[in-house]
Design a protein around this ligand. Structure first.
Ligand code: PLP
Length: 236
């Protein structure tokens, strides 16, 4: 399949999943371009999409430079774990940071946001399945972390993100997504003015349709659009 067929396929699957979802939500597709060369960002643009997801700051910056003339049409999403000392390079460039998961990062994003007079849009990453290899705030610590975020005016929390465990058990994955959906609802109901809990970022190549059925309004799809990533290659 070429890129155009792949985008068409993914968009059709998204539409089908939306019909099955009780929320009938709009869904934003983040095309995960990490570990691929700039040609896949060109494919995103050529196929009428505009959101790209990158995991590494350096790679994001290099692509940002290459697409200098098209960047007003692109939204960059930082989806991978973020080192505090790199925040300064991207605070003015990213549409949304999906991986806010600790106090030190919260403080640094706030600091950099203040310098550029921006409320940097962030999602809190939640580790629902408690996998040790995964980042994210544990469910039992989430409310306290949310309240902590209220103290940092240059961080604008806009929702929650999670990564489901890599298992075959569809019901288990659904349960994880449902839990994140319920957590967002619960925090929304508290009515904090400083937050805008509009986004639920969940679902990747293996589980994006399940995630949409459970209420995701951002999905992050990489391999299904661009093929396997070859980590022995570093494009940048
Ligand atoms: C790499 C990555 C994705 C994309 O995963 P695919 O399985 O290629 O769709 C989505 N979200 C995060 C956080 C990632 O790191």
């Amino acid at each position: 399949m070429n890129y155009s067929d792949r985008f068409k396929y993914v968009r059709e699957e998204i539409e089908k999943a939306k019909e099955k979802s009780p929320y009938h939500q709009e869904v934003k597709l983040v095309s995960v371009t990490k570990n691929h060369g700039p040609e896949v960002i060109q494919a995103v643009l050529d196929n009428g999409e505009h959101c790209v997801g990158e995991s590494r700051v350096q790679e994001l910056l290099q692509k940002y430079e290459i697409f200098e003339n098209a960047n007003e049409k692109l939204e960059y999403h930082l989806i991978g774990s973020l080192q505090s000392n790199k925040v300064k390079y991207i605070a003015d460039k990213v549409e949304l940071i999906h991986s806010l998961d600790r106090l030190s990062l919260l403080k640094e994003i706030n600091k950099q946001g203040k310098k550029i007079n921006r409320r940097v849009p962030c999602l809190i990453q939640v580790n629902i399945s408690k996998e040790e290899t995964k980042a994210g705030v544990f469910v039992e610590d989430l409310e306290a972390f949310v309240e902590k975020c209220l103290e940092y005016p240059n961080v604008h929390v806009q929702g929650l993100m999670t990564i489901a465990p890599h298992v075959d058990d569809e019901e288990y994955i659904r349960k994880i997504f449902r839990e994140l959906s319920n957590l967002r609802e619960k925090i929304s109901k508290k009515g904090y003015n400083e937050l805008d809990m509009k986004y639920l970022s969940m679902g990747m190549t293996n589980d994006y349709t399940l995630a949409i059925e459970e209420g995701a309004n951002i999905v992050r799809v990489g391999r299904l659009l661009f093929g396997q990533r070859d980590y022995s290659k570093r494009y940048f």
